[in-house]
Ligand binder design. Structure first.
Ligand SMILES: [Zn+2]
Length: 233
């Protein structure tokens, strides 16, 4: 059950983004989402925003507190945190559920996302997502969940956002990683690997020729990543 109080229930759409704190961290985003404030145009660029704990070309994405699909926010510094691919992927499931419900019913959903920072950490430990459909008293949408800001294979220092491969990670000594959806071969340090769901990863610890021989032996049509060029060794 979300922690909303009954005096917060309204059928008038609004959105609110709390001011960042003294360390520059996002604090809260609240909205009563109705069709009238949902976006009518495509998402704009958000790359100008550098949330606290941000590292370029890393395991992070700029994660909206309130998704673009709900309130149409783009480069809003009060609404973007450094979030792992795992966190963002998990949030999207709930965001799409809410967006679909509103589009189908025309009802309003009271919606609040609160990033949780321990102490002076610059990286959030996770986000609390709360949602409640107003007109039907929560019959359509009612959830309160905490999503952890973690990424498989990596240990994260939440004070700074620095990260490193876990000692027990299968990726630690891997030379190549193959995506078993597309049988595309990547070098283990390719940025696409962090974006890949763990269930789709096949780890290899030998040479490129050994990877290819294994895939051919399995009768798979493989391809090489056009970004990391594993065929170049
Ligand atoms: Zn690659």
């Amino acid at each position: 059950m979300p922690f909303f109080t009954s005096n917060q229930y309204t059928t008038v759409s609004y959105e609110y983004y709390g001011a960042r704190d003294a360390l520059g961290r996002c604090t809260i985003a609240v909205a009563c989402v109705g069709r009238d404030i949902m976006p009518t145009s495509d998402r704009g660029s958000i790359s100008v925003v550098r949330p606290t704990g941000w590292h370029d070309s890393a395991i992070y994405e700029r994660a909206h507190l309130i998704a673009h699909c709900l309130t149409g926010e783009d480069a809003n510094w009060e609404n973007l945190i450094s979030g792992t691919y795992d966190l963002n992927g998990e949030m999207v499931r709930y965001e799409n559920m809410v967006a679909d419900y509103i589009k189908e019913t025309g009802n309003h959903v009271l919606y609040r996302v609160t990033p949780i920072f321990e102490g002076n950490n610059l990286l959030a430990s996770g986000v609390l997502m709360e949602a409640y459909s107003v007109e039907d008293s929560g019959a359509g949408i009612c959830f309160c969940i905490f999503i952890h800001n973690v990424e498989g294979d990596y240990d994260i220092d939440y004070a700074t956002g620095d990260y490193e491969l876990s000692d027990d990670s299968a990726l630690k000594d891997a030379t190549y990683v193959v995506n078993k959806n597309k049988y595309k071969i990547h070098k283990s340090d390719c940025s696409s690997v962090t974006d890949m769901s763990d269930a789709n990863k096949i780890y290899y610890y030998g040479t490129y020729d050994e990877v290819v021989a294994d895939l051919i032996g399995k009768g798979k049509n493989y391809s090489n990543c056009g970004s990391c060029h594993p065929e170049n060794g």
